[in-house]
Design a protein around this ligand. Sequence first.
Ligand SMILES: NC(=O)c1ccc[n+]([C@@H]2O[C@H](COP(=O)([O-])OP(=O)(O)OC[C@H]3O[C@@H](n4cnc5c(N)ncnc54)[C@H](O)[C@@H]3O)[C@@H](O)[C@H]2O)c1
Length: 247
Amino acid sequence: MNAKLLDGERALVTGCGGGIGRGIAKALKAEGAIVLGSDIVAPPPEDGIDFLAADLAKADGWRRLLDGALRQLESISLFVHAASPRRQETDTPLTVSEETWDAMTGINLRSGFFLAREIGKHMREHAIKGRILLITSLHSGVPRNLPHYSAAKAGMTMAMKELARVLAPAGIRVNAIAPGAIPGGGFVAGNLGELVAQIPLGRAGTPDDIAQAAGAVLSERFGRYIVGTTVEVDGGLGLASWILARA
Ligand SMILES: NC(=O)c1ccc[n+]([C@@H]2O[C@H](COP(=O)([O-])OP(=O)(O)OC[C@H]3O[C@@H](n4cnc5c(N)ncnc54)[C@H](O)[C@@H]3O)[C@@H](O)[C@H]2O)c1
C-alpha cells in the first residue's frame, strides 16, 4: 500500500468551520494526518474532524488554544492558520472602526504570529521538522478598499518571513498561501461573472484547490525545499492585478 502524503503528522488547523480552513482540515486528514480543527463554529460532524473551540478575538485566545491543542495532540508537526473575520464592504480606509481593525488584525496577524511562533518553538524544542502555513491573500500586496484586511495580510506575510528565517535552520518550514477568489467561504463578489472573466484559468477557485496546494507545500514529498515564501493559488488572478481592487 502506498504511504499517504502526511502519514504520521499531527496537525492543528484554525478556521476549520469555514470554507478554506475546513477544506484544508479535510484534505490533511485524507492524506493521513491526525487533525485537530479549531474555530468559533464547529465543522459539520460528517467531516470527522476533532474540534476544539477557541475565540481568537480574545487577547488570550491563542494561548488557550495552544494549551488545549497540545493537551489533545501531545505534539504538533503541522500548523495552518486560516481563521479570519469576514470582511464588510463598508469598512473602507475612511470608515473602518477601531473595533473592526482590532478584530481583523487580532485574529489574522496577532493570533497567527503568536501561534506560529510558539508552535515553531515547540517543534524546535522537540526536534520536530514541522511545517507552518499562514493563509494570507492576494490583497497582502494589492489594495482592496479594506485597509484592516490588506494590512493584516501584509503583516502576516512579513511575520511569516521573519519566522521562516529563524526556524529554517531547525528544519522547520514556514510559508504562506495567498488564495485568489474562493466562493463558499468569506468571499463575496460584487459581480462574480465579471471577476471570473478576468481569471486566466477561467473559473473561480474552490476550498479544495487551496487545500491541495496546502497539502503539497506542507508535505516533505513535494514541498521540502519551499521556505519563507508565498504560493499564490489564484488561477492567475494575480496576473490581472488591476482588477483586484474590485475582487
Ligand atoms: N475565500 C476567499 O476568496 C479568500 C481569498 C483570499 C484569502 N482568504 C483567506 O482564507 C482564510 C479563510 O477564508 P474563508 O473564505 O474560508 O472564510 P470563512 O469565513 O469561511 O472562514 C474563516 C473562519 O474563521 C473563523 N473565525 C472568525 N472569527 C474567529 C474568531 N474570533 N476566533 C476563531 N475563529 C474565527 C470563522 O468562524 C470561519 O469559520 C481567511 O484568512 C481569508 O482571509 C480567503
